[in-house]
Unconditional design. Structure first.
Length: 143
């Protein structure tokens, strides 16, 4: 092989390694999450909801807390072994406080959160139970 061919082969190998599309790298984790809401006084239980979400590798534990919208923030948290405890505050139209925990295992987690506050001007007291299992790989959108 001539020096020119060696340089060209090295260039192509480097381009192929770096030029892989993000979807082919699949470095992040795809999780299937089931959430169940319990509200005192409801005539019938709400059915559990299951969805899939892509969580970037190395994300903080609060990425595993189900929440609605960008108005909720974790204000206190603690991790001890496989247990993560937190306090979440939601501002805006529906002001709420959530106190909960997440218990992590290999490839899965489960947890509960007690939410109190107001929703659409009405008092809210709700317990949210959730569980997740890692079901594959994905590419999380950039933050």
């Amino acid at each position: 092989m001539s020096p020119m061919q060696i340089c060209l082969a090295a260039f192509i190998a480097a381009f192929v390694a770096v030029g892989q599309p993000a979807a082919a790298q699949e470095k992040d984790e795809l999780w299937e999450v089931t959430t169940k809401m319990e509200m005192p006084g409801m005539p019938m239980a709400m059915p559990p909801q299951t969805s899939r979400t892509c969580i970037a590798k190395g994300s903080k534990e609060d990425s595993f807390i189900p929440r609605k919208g960008g108005e909720c923030k974790t204000v206190e948290s603690n991790r001890s072994g496989g247990k993560y405890t937190f306090k979440m505050v939601c501002e805006g139209r529906n002001k709420m406080v959530g106190i909960g925990e997440v218990n992590f295992a290999e490839g899965s987690y489960d947890g509960r959160m007690q939410l109190t506050g107001t929703m659409d001007g009405q008092p809210l007291n709700m317990t949210q139970a959730y569980s997740g299992k890692r079901v594959g790989a994905c590419t999380a959108p950039p933050k």
